[in-house]
Design a protein around this ligand. Structure first.
Ligand code: NI
Length: 167
């Protein structure tokens, strides 16, 4: 197990579109395990491989209170979306920033699990938000890009200031 460094917005590498995983092998299982450890330690409820500078389509999520429901999605594809919900989102790559984003209330996602088996999952509420947020990362999109350019510029300035203080 290993903790992986998390890229911070506006790092250009966060805008990389991730490639599909060809084979779910021990390397991918190790990645899932390291990503889960990194997510729990942060702490966060979701992490995409893009955020740890690995550009393959892998995400981990755990929205449970007691961190007992790790979900690994490999090559996730959102095949249905409906309804609407608006909630505050944050991101481990955009520390300290929480902003309202409107997303689908329900998604159906198709993915491979850690054994390379295909499955489908219906998600609502927070889990649905998290899946949409993480799949966006795999497509090179960070949640702040849903906000106005004025707000994005404020966030960039805030993060740059913070980076100078903590560097
Ligand atoms: Ni994020």
């Amino acid at each position: 197990m290993a903790l992986l460094p998390i890229l911070r917005y506006p790092d250009a590498r966060l805008h990389t579109s991730a490639a599909p995983v060809a084979v779910v092998d021990d390397g991918i299982r190790q990645l899932v395990s390291d990503m889960a450890e990194t997510m729990y330690e942060a702490p966060g409820i979701g992490l995409a491989a893009t955020q740890v500078n690995v550009h393959q389509r892998v995400i981990v999520i755990d929205v449970s209170e007691d961190k007992s429901a790790l979900l690994a999605l490999i090559n996730p594809e959102i095949i249905e979306r409906d309804g609407e919900q608006t909630g505050e989102e944050g991101c481990l790559s955009v520390p300290g920033i929480y902003e309202k984003v409107t997303r689908a209330e329900h998604v159906r996602v198709r993915a491979l699990n850690e054994r390379g088996e295909r499955f489908e999952l219906d998600a609502h509420g927070l889990l649905a938000v998290c899946i949409q947020h993480e799949v966006d990362h795999l497509d090179g999109k960070v949640f702040v890009e849903y906000l106005s350019s004025l707000k994005v510029n404020l966030i960039k300035r805030k993060l740059a200031k913070k980076a100078r203080i903590t560097a």
